[in-house]
Write a protein that binds this ligand. Structure first.
Ligand SMILES: [Zn+2]
Ligand SMILES: [Zn+2]
Length: 99
């Protein structure tokens, strides 16, 4: 993630309308917290096509979109709880393989 992307995201995330709205099930704060915990890398530990943790490098702006570093926030419980512990950062290939 570039410095510019972080600044862009922070400016968007700090606007009141975004703070109030839900963002793909999770609040922005939850997704941001999970993203920071993940270090901007896939957190998948299911060994479907990789061993240990996937660790694929992701690009913040490409959440749910086409492009390099495409990813999605996965709800561990499936309920999109308002908690960082329920939010798992997954690269697209992990996201679409069995979650
Ligand atoms: Zn992955
Ligand atoms: Zn995976």
């Amino acid at each position: 993630m570039t410095e510019m992307a972080i600044n862009w995201w922070l400016s968007v995330a700090s606007s009141e309308s975004v703070k109030r709205s839900k963002y793909m099930g999770f609040s922005v704060d939850v997704v941001k917290g999970a993203w920071e915990r993940a270090g901007g890398r896939c957190e998948c530990t299911k060994k479907h096509d990789h061993t240990d943790r996937c660790y694929r490098k992701l690009v913040w702006e490409n959440r749910g979109r086409e492009g390099r570093g495409k990813w999605e926030a996965n709800s561990v419980s499936g309920l999109h709880k308002d908690s960082v512990s329920d939010c798992q950062i997954l690269c697209w290939s992990c996201h679409i393989s069995g979650f």
